[in-house]
Design a protein around this ligand. Structure first.
Ligand SMILES: [Zn+2]
Length: 284
């Protein structure tokens, strides 16, 4: 049984990596940067071939419906479609002896009890409905004076902000996952922007922390320089929405004046104001 457990866990890990690669491909398609597409396609193909035969068919079928092929189990429910799972299946997912699929959406279920979680609670019925960027972020998540020299440092500062402001638990795991994603493929983009992100952060909504460095710093091995960083956590149910958020941000910061306003901001309040203003038409 221990062997079965080990092998299911390693299959889940393979699938998680595959899923990230497919998401990365979608992100690149969305944002119009075609340089890594070929390499991504190839990695996906190679990795899919290494899957054990018994999950190949399942994988092929699930991947035709989009990048989200796995579903984390959260509060005894499927985090993607929300269906609540029968008790015996909850146990089976924990025992990891047989691949379990969601009765609602057919995705392959897994549990990561140490994953970072959204801990900020959800808006009450009497609170006014938020719009635009304030659905995902807040003044307290702005870091206008990012003094760092690497992607790792920047991610650490922003993850710390998300944790200390009470949005996310387990900043340590958040940092680790964001860096693993960077290793797979850098999230640096044109105009000094970078979009480190982590999927599978369940329990609430997307969360975005923004850090701005006055001096551009080297983000990745290609030497790409960055000074505007968005660290974003993504619950599985809104994975596809992340793509829209990212393209809304990229579109807003194509404009040099918007980038300049962000970099000029000296306080959290000023940075939040500049971010809100820049994204008012591109993020609904
Ligand atoms: Zn489901």
């Amino acid at each position: 049984m221990e062997n079965a457990k080990k092998s299911i866990k390693s299959v889940i890990n393979q699938l998680l990596q595959l899923q990230e690669l497919i998401f990365a491909l979608e992100e690149h398609r969305e944002t119009g940067n075609g340089t890594s597409m070929e390499r991504l396609h190839q990695s996906i193909e190679e990795m899919a071939e290494k899957l054990p035969e018994e999950v190949q068919a399942q994988y092929s079928l699930l991947s035709t419906h989009g990048a989200q092929i796995l579903a984390p189990m959260h509060n005894n429910s499927c985090a993607v479609c929300g269906v609540s799972l029968p008790n015996r299946q909850v146990q089976a997912v924990r025992q990891c002896e047989v691949v379990q699929t969601c009765p609602g959406c057919a995705r392959i279920l897994y549990e990561d009890p140490d994953a970072p979680r959204w801990v900020a609670g959800v808006a009450g019925r009497n609170e006014p409905r938020k719009t635009g960027i304030s659905r995902f972020s807040a003044e307290s998540l702005m870091v206008p004076d990012l003094v760092v020299s690497s992607a790792e440092d920047a991610i650490e500062v922003l993850a710390g902000q998300l944790e200390s402001e009470g949005y996310i638990s387990r900043a340590d795991r958040l940092i680790q996952s964001a860096l693993e994603r960077e290793m797979m493929l850098s999230t640096a983009m044109d105009h000094g922007l970078a979009f480190p992100h982590v999927r599978g952060v369940e329990g609430g909504s997307l969360a975005l922390a923004c850090g701005v460095s006055k001096e551009p710093f080297v983000w990745d091995a290609s030497g790409a320089k960055t000074n505007i960083v968005f660290l974003i956590t993504i619950p599985s149910a809104v994975s596809a929405f992340y793509m829209r958020l990212m393209s809304g941000l990229t579109e807003a910061f194509l404009k040099e004046s918007n980038r300049k306003a962000l970099i000029a901001a000296e306080t959290q309040q000023a940075l939040w104001k500049a971010l809100t203003k820049a994204t008012r038409y591109t993020i609904k």
